[in-house]
Design a binder for this molecule. Structure first.
Ligand SMILES: Nc1ncnc2c1ncn2[C@@H]1O[C@H](COP(=O)(O)OP(=O)(O)OP(=O)(O)O)[C@@H](O)[C@H]1O
Ligand SMILES: [Mg+2]
Length: 234
């Protein structure tokens, strides 16, 4: 089996964490030891004298991954900024090799490891590196989460085009972060099949409450697309 996949998105706040948690839920249900990683998390709140990484915590919960927070999220920052800037403002340079070492440790303890990026694919990680460099460094194929709004076709095609330069694109997940309220939202799935430049894996419905049961349903939807076999092959 391939080592896992990298979950990126067309933007920040598009549903990467929900997709990663759902996939982790489905893989765990199949008896796999699922590792998770959110290597850099910004906008963390201070609690009990340490920065609390919320995405990281949800991913650990969904996957059952018991690795230390330092391995799952080696970099946490308080300011809600792109990683390179949040780091720079506290005098830190993110070390991609350190992220790789943490990932490799997780690999040794799990059957599959899911890595959630921060922001979109070209979000800066350092002065010269982006999130895409991280996906390439870890050697992972990419899943792209796209938010169902007017403009998603362009955002998706751009992201797929850049991703394909150096990574294998497993496909796109169209996530409904709002209730359908306009014609674009109703036609985006078909439009993405025509112009999205990568397979549309599935759509995740809008929900008012995210329960573990719903994560399970979303996870089964993701797995039923054949994603596991594709991850296996790349
Ligand atoms: N299908 C959905 N239905 C309703 N709300 C959703 C859905 N998907 C995501 N959301 C909401 O949208 C917000 C962003 O989702 P999420 O945190 O998964 O995005 P993200 O891409 O991981 O963001 P970040 O870039 O901060 O990591 C959250 O408040 C989440 O609850
Ligand atoms: Mg997230």
């Amino acid at each position: 089996m391939s080592k896992g996949c990298f979950i990126t998105g067309t933007d920040t706040g598009v549903g990467k964490t929900i997709v990663t948690a759902a996939l982790a839920t489905a893989l765990r249900k199949r008896g796999l030891r699922v590792g998770v990683m959110k290597p850099v998390e910004t906008g963390c709140s201070m609690d009990s004298d340490r920065l609390q990484a919320q995405d990281s915590s949800l991913l650990r919960q969904a996957s059952g991954c018991t690795a230390t927070v330092e391995l799952v999220t080696p970099y946490t920052f308080a300011e809600p900024l792109t990683p390179a800037l949040a780091a720079e403002r506290v005098g830190i340079t993110i070390d991609i090799k350190h992220i790789r070492r943490c990932y490799e440790k997780l690999l040794t303890e799990h059957d599959i490891t899911l890595v959630e990026g921060a922001g979109g694919l070209l979000a800066p990680l350092t002065e010269c590196l982006t999130m895409h460099d991280m996906a390439v460094e870890l050697g992972l194929p990419v899943v792209i989460v796209a938010r169902n709004v007017l403009g998603v076709i362009n955002h998706t095609a751009l992201t797929v085009t850049v991703a394909r330069e150096r990574s294998f694109v497993l496909g796109v997940v169209l996530n409904h972060t709002q209730p359908p309220s306009d014609l674009a939202m109703l036609t985006n799935a078909d439009a993405l099949r025509r112009w999205g430049k990568a397979p549309l894996l599935c759509q995740l419905a809008y929900t008012t409450t995210l329960t573990p049961e719903l994560l399970h349903v979303y996870g089964e939807q993701l797995v039923s697309t054949g994603l596991l076999a594709e991850i296996d092959a790349h």
